[in-house]
Design a protein around this ligand. Structure first.
Ligand code: G6Q
Length: 543
């Protein structure tokens, strides 16, 4: 980018335009244009996107698209899809889009087409998944596998566990799936309490295979397995690995023929459609997994080719920038009206906040504008009975994404109509509120009137799909991946590194020996940390 972001004429135009639009009420915008609810919508890749209940006009969208043009969004999209090393701080390509590329596509990294490798791993995963699902793959004592435990953390946990929950409807119910991530022993103990090690397969998922939490859990799992089965040889039948680090996998004692690889151009939080999704593939089967990949790919192609004004991830991203940088909104609520998407918000928290939680731009300069928002949320209707009050009547502006489906996977009496009635009613109420006159007309007592008046003008996006299928999940995740990319590009930051996470990985290592040492260690932290560590050691000695 030639000029710093805030000096771009397109940015300045948006600042000026904001002054004109900020006080506009959605009630007025809808009254002035009866077709707004149809005009400000877009259908792409089978997803219906209604962005009419946002505090913006045609001009706002035009100016935002202009901003996208001048910051070089088109060129940056092309660079990503071409496999250029756009993750500049780690000098890596960013190619999660290659994980779902069809066999005949060619994507070159360092002179080599990576698509055949992707498909080779997918084929290997498919064979393995089928063997486990059919009962052909047996445990050490000859019993079939009835439990699968994925051991990983962060990007090696959130994706597969979110997607497993999301697609549970399609999963093989004869196999129990558990996800262990936290180094807190409780996670492993509770996850395996009712499992028989003879019937359990552990998938150790770690890109680096050096992550403290994952290796600690994997070692405990190995002890648990060997103790029950009485032989180190059992490990080969009960452990497989997903990693890029063959050496460490072998060192751990897992046969590398039972290792499923991926590549440094797949970021952790962008990896669940790689071999990191092995547990999911065992759950839903290779065919459904490939349907999910096809969904991802369809959204990728839409993102790559659609003009900005008809481009779903671009619009979602730009609308987010509008609130984040001009209205000063700090958070975004993700509100899926589907119980299967219970973990979606946790997943998107990592995707968005780890990607765009950056304070320096690509040139290393501290930015003078806001970057990534805080992402939070819960499925509806539960959230309505908890935190929606603050969105409706609090003092903060919280743009929200409502995600819903026309058809339920569990049609049960009136349930789905009731769910969707709330879905539609909430965005309506958030946008239009309830005026003082309306409250008075309802016969509300005077003293209650201000309390029962709803200002409205709270912006929402509605994302509506037909039904939650593997394909639709792929499209939704790709939509948010690319939304994050669009925003990262506008803010001129690297959405693909995570030095903060790396810091966490080294910090604890300094304190571990101080906690475990039997000698009185000389502590050289600040006085607070020293006192806390001493207190902890003392308590442990008394156990
Ligand atoms: C994701 C992050 C981080 C990572 C975990 C696990 O983008 O880099 O969440 O996924 O720290 O790392 P490993 O897969 O290497 O164990």
């Amino acid at each position: 980018m030639s000029l710093p972001l805030k000096q771009q004429p397109a940015w300045k135009a948006l600042e000026e335009h904001y002054q004109k639009v900020r006080a506009l009420h959605l009630r007025t915008l809808f009254a002035e244009d009866p077709t707004r609810g149809e005009r400000f919508t877009l259908e792409a890749a089978g997803i219906y996107f209604d962005y009419s209940k946002n505090r913006l006009t045609t001009e706002t969208l035009h100016l935002l698209q202009q901003l996208a043009e001048v910051v070089g969004l088109r060129q940056r999209i092309d660079a990503m899809f071409r496999g250029e090393k756009i993750n500049s701080t780690e000098r890596r390509a960013v190619l999660h889009i290659a994980l779902r590329a069809p066999k005949d596509q060619v994507i070159i990294v360092d002179g080599e087409n990576v698509v055949p490798e992707v498909h080779a791993v997918l084929d290997k995963m498919s064979i393995f998944a089928d063997r486990v699902r059919s009962g052909e793959w047996k445990g050490f004592s000859g019993k079939r596998i009835r439990n699968v435990v994925n051991i990983g953390i962060g990007g090696s946990d959130l994706g597969p566990s979110m997607a497993y929950d999301a697609l549970k409807h399609y999963s093989d119910r004869a196999i129990t799936f558990r996800f262990v991530s936290n180094v807190d022993g409780t996670d492993f103990v509770e996850a395996t309490r009712d499992l028989d090690p003879e019937e359990t397969l552990c998938i150790v998922s770690s890109k680096t295979f050096t992550t403290l939490e994952t290796l600690t859990n994997a070692r405990s799992a190995r002890d648990w397995c060997v103790r029950a089965l009485g032989s180190e040889e059992a490990v080969a039948r009960h452990f497989v690995a997903v990693s890029t680090n063959e050496q460490e996998v072998a060192k751990f004692g897992i046969d590398t023929t039972n290792m499923f690889g991926f590549w440094d151009w797949v970021g952790g939080r962008y990896s669940y459609d790689s071999a990191i999704g092995l547990s999911l593939m065992i759950a839903i089967g290779p065919e459904r997994f490939r349907e999910m990949l096809a969904g991802f790919h369809e959204m990728d192609e839409h993102f790559r080719t659609a003009p900005f004004e008809r481009n779903l991830p671009v619009l979602l991203g730009l609308i987010g920038v509008w609130y984040n940088n001009f209205f000063g909104a700090e958070t975004v609520a993700i509100l899926p009206y589907d119980q299967y998407l219970e973990r979606l918000c946790a997943y998107l928290q990592q995707l968005d906040m780890e990607s765009n939680g950056k304070h320096v731009d690509l040139e290393g300069r501290v930015v003078d504008y806001q970057t990534g928002p805080i992402i939070w949320g819960q499925p509806g209707t539960n959230g309505q009975h908890a935190f929606f009050q603050l969105i409706h009547q609090g003092t903060k502006l919280i743009p929200s994404d409502f995600i819903g489906f026309n058809k339920s996977l569990n049609p049960l009496g009136r349930h789905h109509d009731l769910l969707m009635a709330s879905f539609f009613a909430q965005t309506e109420a958030l946008a239009f509120g309830k005026t003082e006159e309306e409250v008075i007309a309802d016969g509300v007592a005077d003293f209650q009137v201000p309390h029962r008046t709803f200002e409205g003008n709270h912006p929402t996006n509605t994302i509506l799909a037909d039904q939650l299928t593997p394909e639709v999940l792929g499209k939704l995740v790709a939509l948010y991946e690319h939304k994050v990319f669009v925003q990262g590009t506008i803010w001129n930051i690297n959405s693909f590194d995570q030095w903060g996470v790396e810091l966490g990985k080294v910090l604890a290592n300094r304190i571990i020996p101080e906690l475990e040492s039997t000698q009185e260690a000389i502590l050289q932290h600040d006085s607070s940390t020293n006192a806390l560590i001493r207190r902890y050691r003392q308590a442990r000695r008394q156990e």
